[in-house]
Design a protein around this ligand. Structure first.
Ligand code: DHB
Ligand code: MG
Length: 218
């Protein structure tokens, strides 16, 4: 089974299930033009985030890692009118691109971007958040998980992107700090008595990766 097939199936499912969306397409285009790394979630993954937030009835969402705001928009669209999303971005240029994209999507009133290293902005936040999406620099994932737990309540949902990394996640000897960060993140998640978690491998237009999903139980 090749990446070509994964992409073709992603295209098929996108055409079937994701209506053409000018704000989201403009977001991807603006991100490309501004030279942002192409690390946004896929449309199908974005809609999964949206549906998870909706199913959960999330009113307060935290996102760690904004980039161009693509997943931000999917998540924020799941909020009720008085809901709020706080998204953390280290790079001021990326944050500017995201700010424009979010405003063009009509979500400026619901989304707040905090610029700076997340380990500096997380301590300034007031929880609890109903759902947190962790999708920033992978080496800091263990610390992001600890902050997320501090900012959660029983019932809060935690989603971590990119936990499979082409299967490198099973390489205990990896010296890639992103793999080391993701493995430590999964170890913490597994050992955390307050969280019930799973992880799912994914293939598609973005290659072979996956996400972790947990619920705070106590
Ligand atoms: C990387 C980061 C991401 O958030 C992603 O979705 C894909 C790749 C990376 O840093 O390699
Ligand atoms: Mg990601």
């Amino acid at each position: 089974m090749s990446e070509q097939v994964w992409s073709a199936v992603d295209n098929y499912l996108e055409e079937l299930l994701i209506p053409t969306d000018p704000a989201l397409e403009a977001t991807l285009q603006a991100s490309r033009v501004a030279g942002l790394p192409p690390f946004n979630v896929s449309p199908l993954q974005g809609k999964l985030l949206h549906l998870l937030a909706k199913m959960h009835g999330a009113r307060r969402i935290l996102e760690i890692g904004t980039m161009g705001g693509y997943s931000t928009i999917w998540l924020a669209r799941a909020l009720p009118e008085d809901g709020r999303l706080v998204t953390l971005e280290i790079n001021e240029e990326y944050a500017q691109v995201a700010r424009a994209n979010i405003a063009a999507a009509g979500l400026a009133d619901r989304v707040e971007i905090r610029v700076g290293p997340a380990l500096e902005t997380l301590p300034l936040l007031e929880g609890p958040f109903d759902l947190t999406f962790i999708d920033a620099d992978k080496p800091n994932n263990p610390a992001y998980l600890e902050w997320t737990l501090r900012l959660s309540r029983p019932g809060s949902v935690i989603i971590g992107d990119n936990v499979i990394r082409d299967g490198e996640v099973i390489n205990a000897d990896s010296d890639d700090p992103r793999v080391v960060g993701v493995r430590r993140f999964l170890d913490l998640l597994a050992a955390e008595p307050r969280v019930s978690a799973t992880a799912i491998q994914t293939v598609g237009g973005k290659g072979y990766d996956g996400f972790a999903l947990g619920v705070v139980t106590g």
